[in-house]
Ligand binder design. Sequence first.
Ligand code: GLA
Length: 395
Amino acid sequence: MPRLFVKRLAALASVLLCAHVAIAQSSLSPTPPMGWNSWNHFFQHVTDADVRASADAMVANGMGDAGYVYVNIDDGWQGTRRPDGTIQSNDRFPDMKALADYVHARGLKLGIYSSPGPKTCAKFEGSYGHEAQDAKTYAAWGIDYLKYDLCSFGDKLTVAGNGDQAAPAAFAAQQEAYRKMHDALVAAGRPIVFSLCQYGMSNVWEWGPEVGGHLWRTTGDISDKYDRMALIGFSQAGLSRYAGPGHWNDPDMLEVGNGGMTLDEYRTHMSLWAILAAPLLAGNDLSHMKPEHLAILENKDVIAIDQDSLGKQGDRVSALGPYELWTKPLSHGRTAIALFNRGELAHTMRVNLRELGVPPGAHIRNVWGNADLPFSDIINPIIPKHGVVLLLVTR
Ligand code: GLA
């Protein structure tokens, strides 16, 4: 075969492969990603053994069956680069490919973490100047998800913007950095969910999909405290129009089970994230969890609300002081209604369901009460301090 012909054929095959991966890439995450991430419990001390134990626990405790599929290693896995620039994992992760095989063998997927900057937030090696190489390494290891965290790229933004990270030139540099890794992932030939993490700067929800993001953090970091979780979660009001199948707002990972909130507060956390169509990435130690925390993470109705195929994010309908009413439209004409009490005392909240468009005779399920409510136009449930009543309404 003439050489030129072979070369052209190879070029065509590579274009077709890229197009195929680009299509596969864009159809990833039709519903918000679900899984687990190491950061909120293990921080940068996470090990291969912790990740394997989490994968095992997810299978054993039913989370895998409930829809939690990604097992995501956050910051702290990176070692040094080889002389040719290839990234290596550190001593705590002796063999990434073997770890991916282990996770895949359990029907789960493996995620990893990096930064567009030279260093990650915990000062490990970032991908700056090695984007294509790192994407290829991730693909070769069998990685399925990448969280790409701005961290030290902030310094590059300061330089690009001449001291102002919000300047147009800095904004362009940031978009370029995210697009570059997206293109590198596509070129590497393995569908990989691309999670942008830059804490909601520059209205990322307006341009996240353009740079290839399947989800983007909309806030700074969550912590295992009610005040911080509530500040982040309730600040999402108004962002619903930016989410949809394949592109999700991400108010950060879950803290359920880490021990810093009451059960009512964790139910509020989970309910609000479901109303927000947020990614559900558990962040606790799955190998040592209390049954009551597992029950919150595995509640079928709350998961169905989050994962509804319509892919619409819910939003706030009203706030009367600390008493908030949120709704989320669901497929088949169903609706989720959440009554939140952000106050410091239990409170009776009066809600007119008719005014929310609930027709007479609708079927009303009280999600956390695990029971059906008799239909009535006006409901007056007592909501505990920092608690929630979550209703799933079927016409
Ligand atoms: C940032 C992110 C966190 C976590 C840490 C890791 O703070 O927002 O979610 O990934 O970096 O260093």
